[in-house]
Design a protein around this ligand. Structure first.
Ligand code: ATP
Ligand code: MG
Length: 571
């Protein structure tokens, strides 16, 4: 490909809204352009990288027995109503009506579609395992679309679904996909970590997120250096913190004027924060009041609260009115004396506390010497692990202190069990002649997010530094003076030779100053730049710049192609 025939507009400035380096660089290097919030066009360079990522994904999916197909993006509401998700998916689902008033959704995911597609035709155990997949646009009306392709409203996803006879089969499919994902992100050149994850709205059994390590990532990951534990902070299980036994004192109500936060209470009563119990009041979709209690120095994990409360799907902050309706006051809540209309969820470690401080459900008052196992009404409360992990907490596997790091979720694998096959009545005839529900799994990769995450991991002040496998071009050949016929001829020859050797090469034949072209090369981030100058014409060794290290190599003209191929193997 020749640069004069390539639409690759580069910019000096990035849009004001771009916070992440990947977002800025994708703009400046001419990979994407914005159409509206969370909606982007991929320009040729960006799309080349997307296609390379998709090709790697395809090869790895096919190697595990995946079969590519394509389903509609526009999905009828009926199948979502059948599974029950039409009601629970919420505002993230983009919905529309046709001219007859029939309801549809733009697919945010395809469990319903694939299950209803195959349920009448995949009828025998002999057809299993079955692993169809597609690569297509998905739609999610994210509350906060941001960071360019990282969190957009339309994005390209690979989604594979596995159908198996039994749980063992499903687990084998899961292992296959886990392995394929590890291979895909390794081939893309990424530093990543699979972490235990929550199943979220998709439901089902166990799950891992594949997370690209980057300080800018939205996911917080807990991991242990002593064992192989790694989990998203939403998922990370916590052990009970057993407190030292103490002599129990009788509970007492005390006045705490204006102490409506844990900080104020602890200072006023002069107690350590670990001796306080904090309340967070939520409301769910049915407007039920759900109050979570954790130790004052801990944070509530909303996902764990959702998982602990039957029927809760989303949580919102509760307002004063709802709190008052349960006989309480914001800033002074505790389970003691709270009306039965409130659903009370208490962290397991709170139940270990003694002589602690908790609210008294009235303004400017707290209880001291609260001992939850004695003072909380056990019949009314749900005790569960509902707090967020933090640096230094004991590892749930080995007990050593955990560390925290940040990452970008680029893919996720789930086992679903019979959740969708039962809801949508998808069965097959097993060897024993019995009708059985499929054991399913689903597996997604965000292609655009993978591209963005790669840039987050590989960039410097000059621009992007592509790993060779997914660079829009592997090599760029730059004649320093494109008006010089001899230089152009030499550059063309090198370009042809590299191309014949199977290298993905761009000839920068633009009549720009060398400085401008070099800057663009660095900004776009081609792994290697071959420079054709008067020295090259004079028979001196050819200069090759390695983008990643900034090093210059010089190779004899006759071994240039072989050396470039060798170098590429290392990038
Ligand atoms: P997140 O928690 O980041 O919102 P998710 O867990 O809802 O993502 P999945 O349903 O697991 O996403 O989708 C599979 C993959 O699709 C994700 O791992 C991610 O790479 C990608 N993806 C999901 N939402 C978006 C989005 N809004 N923009 C770009 N990629 C996305
Ligand atoms: Mg996910």
């Amino acid at each position: 490909m020749r640069a004069t025939q390539l639409y690759a507009p580069t910019l000096r400035e990035s849009p004001a809204e771009a916070e992440l380096v990947s977002h800025k660089l994708m703009y400046r290097a001419g990979l994407i352009r914005k159409a509206a919030g969370g909606l982007y066009s991929y320009l040729p360079l960006g799309w080349r990288t997307m296609k390379k990522i998709m090709q790697i994904i395809r090869e790895e999916m096919d190697a595990k027995g995946g079969q590519e197909l394509m389903m509609p993006i526009v999905q009828p509401a009926e199948i979502w109503k059948e599974s029950g998700r039409w009601a629970v998916y919420g505002d993230e689902m983009m919905r529309l009506k046709d001219r007859h008033g029939r309801e549809f959704a733009l697919g945010p995911t395809h469990e319903e579609m694939i299950t209803t597609l195959i349920r009448d035709e995949v009828r025998s155990y002999k057809q299993l395992p079955f692993m169809p997949y597609q690569i297509q646009n998905k739609y999610r009306d994210e509350i906060r679309p941001r960071f360019g392709l990282m969190r957009s409203r339309e994005f390209v996803m690979k989604d594979l679904y596995s159908f198996d006879r039994d749980v063992d089969g499903m687990n084998i499919s899961y292992e296959k996909m886990y392995d394929a994902y590890s291979r895909i992100f390794t081939r893309c050149g990424l530093k990543f970590r699979p972490v235990e994850a929550d199943n979220g709205a998709i439901g089902g059994g166990h799950s891992h997120e594949f997370t690209v390590l980057a300080p800018s990532g939205e996911s917080s990951i807990a991991y242990c250096e002593s064992c192989n534990f790694a989990a998203s902070d939403e998922k990370a299980e916590l052990k009970i913190i057993h407190a030292e036994p103490e002599e129990l004192r009788p509970i007492e109500k005390v006045s705490t004027p204006d102490c409506h936060t844990i900080e104020l209470v602890k200072n006023f009563l002069n107690v350590p924060i670990e001796k306080t119990i904090k309340a967070v009041a939520f409301m769910d979709d049915d407007e039920r009041l759900i109050v979570a209690f954790v130790r004052g120095d801990h944070e509530v994990n909303e996902i764990k609260v959702i998982n602990a409360v039957d029927g809760a799907n989303h949580l919102y902050m509760a307002d004063e009115k709802l709190i008052a309706s349960a006989n309480s006051r914001a800033g002074f809540m505790s389970p003691i004396g709270l009306a039965d209309t409130a659903i009370v969820v208490v962290d397991q470690s709170v139940m270990e506390m003694s002589n602690a401080v908790a609210g008294a459900n009235e303004v400017d008052a707290h209880f001291i010497n609260v001992t939850p196992r004695r003072d909380f009404d056990a019949k009314k409360i749900i005790v569960a692990d509902i707090r967020m992990i933090r640096e230094g907490d004991p590892c749930p596997h080995c007990g050593k202190p955990v560390k925290m790091t940040r990452g970008i979720e680029v893919g996720q694998v789930f086992t679903l069990g019979k959740k969708y096959s039962q809801a949508l009545h998808a069965t097959f005839l097993d060897e024993d002649g019995k009708e059985k529900f499929f054991e399913m799994g689903c597996y997604g990769i965000g292609v655009g997010r993978t591209m963005a995450a790669t840039i987050e991991q590989y960039n410097d002040a000059d621009g992007i530094i592509w790993p060779r496998a997914i660079a829009p071009f592997e090599v760029v050949v730059v004649p320093v003076n494109a008006k010089d016929e001899a230089q152009i001829a030499c550059a063309e020859k090198i370009y042809d030779e590299l191309k014949s050797a199977g290298i993905d090469v761009l000839l920068d034949d633009r009549r720009e100053r060398a400085g401008v072209k070099f800057k663009d090369c660095d900004l776009i981030g081609y792994p290697l730049r071959v420079t054709v100058s008067p020295k090259t014409l004079a028979g001196e060794p050819v200069e090759v710049k390695i983008r990643r290290s900034g090093e210059f190599k010089h190779f004899d003209r006759d071994e240039l192609v072989a050396k470039v191929s060798e170098l590429l193997e290392t990038l």
